[in-house]
Ligand binder design. Structure first.
Ligand code: GLY
Length: 347
């Protein structure tokens, strides 16, 4: 096993480690062997990731005495549904997975959410490990225990906060990411750059990807330690997401989440400026960092369309909505805004 691994603990003594390194996937068996006795492991992954990485993971697990089964599903957000969830549960039951056995989520955000929710609910909860293979999953969705499924009525409407036992981030896996999937992660990275001065400076200084992943996970771990169940500080991680969710819905989910987040960040920065929280020059600096990461993106929808669509957002509270606004890099806050008049602050 490689020594050059960075480690972040989430959730204190009863929490879990996030290990970040390069070329560590082939040591999966050793890492699991460090925290679990040999048992049966169900690897859950999508068809694209399966072709790239399942063999490496499975042979490492077998070499360390784990018995393995594998469930492969079709890649894409449409797989995060109750029908597929039920099929996976039945697969685990048919294969005799017991409460002392383990689940691995190998893949991006969809796989982590789906396999994580399977782990949270099968036999009222079995241990699971996240092995995120996309930038978005490494810096955001694999950490913090959010698991869930979509309903026809909206994304992530079913779910649970369920902590993994370990998160293994191999940044070498990011080298095979298609450009659109990488851009998606960079939208979330732009969010972390506005939330946290350390990430912002690393982006400006063209830091290596391992350092960026480490900084984002470090920031997220601090927030999750303060507020795992999203009653307070964790809501800051929704920076840019209220308009982004509307943009995704308006596009019929053809605009990828992270790309919509970068559009949403632009709108939120503009609102923060219109409301007098940031100056023109702060706005330009922050827009510059977003552009450095994701290039120039222009939102194809009007503010009226976005606000209309936001009426169905699950963060809505009666006649109000909670927006995350910006006072500066590393200085974001939540403000309850009435829907009436919301449009003025975006124009
Ligand atoms: N992706 C935001 C969160 O985990 O809270």
């Amino acid at each position: 096993m490689e020594n050059n691994i960075k480690k972040i603990r989430v959730g204190g003594a009863s929490g879990y480690d996030v290990l970040i390194g390069s070329q560590i996937l082939g040591d999966t068996g050793a890492y699991l062997g460090g925290i679990f006795s040999p048992c049966k492991v169900a690897l859950i992954t999508d068809d694209i990731v399966d072709k790239l990485y399942s063999d490496v993971v499975l042979s490492s697990l077998k070499a360390h005495g784990f018995e393995c089964i594998k469930y492969v599903f079709e890649n894409g957000e449409k797989s995060k549904n109750i029908g597929l969830y039920a099929q996976i549960l039945e697969f685990l039951a048919q294969n005799g997975l017991t409460r002392s056995d383990k689940i691995i989520a190998l893949g991006g955000g969809v796989t982590g959410d789906l396999a994580g929710f399977v782990a949270a609910s099968y036999l009222r909860g079995v241990d699971y490990v996240q092995i995120p293979t996309t930038l978005l999953a490494q810096i955001d969705s694999s950490v913090g225990g959010k698991t869930g499924l979509d309903l026809p009525q909206g994304k992530n409407l079913v779910g649970a906060i369920y902590r993994p036992k370990l998160v293994l981030c191999d940044v070498a896996l990011l080298n095979t990411l298609p450009a659109d999937v990488l851009a998606c992660g960079k939208g979330e990275l732009a969010k972390y750059a506005i939330l946290d001065r350390a990430v912002y400076d690393l982006v400006l200084n063209n830091a290596p990807i391992l350092d960026l992943v480490f900084a984002c996970v470090g920031y997220k771990a601090k927030i999750v330690d303060m507020d795992e169940h999203e009653h307070g500080e964790r809501r800051l991680l929704n920076l840019g997401h209220t308009p982004a969710h509307a943009i995704e819905r308006l596009s019929g989910y053809t605009i990828l989440h992270g790309v919509a987040v970068s559009m949403g960040l632009g709108l939120i920065l503009k609102a923060s400026k219109n409301l007098g929280y940031i100056t023109d020059s702060q706005l330009l600096d922050m827009q510059g960092v977003i552009e450095k990461l994701v290039g120039k993106v222009s939102c194809p929808y009007t503010i009226e369309q976005i606000i209309d669509n936001t009426l169905t957002d699950k963060k809505r509270e009666g006649k109000d909505i909670n927006l995350v606004l910006v006072r500066g890099v590393g200085d974001c806050f939540i403000q309850k805004m009435p829907f009436n008049g919301l449009i003025d602050c975006f124009l």
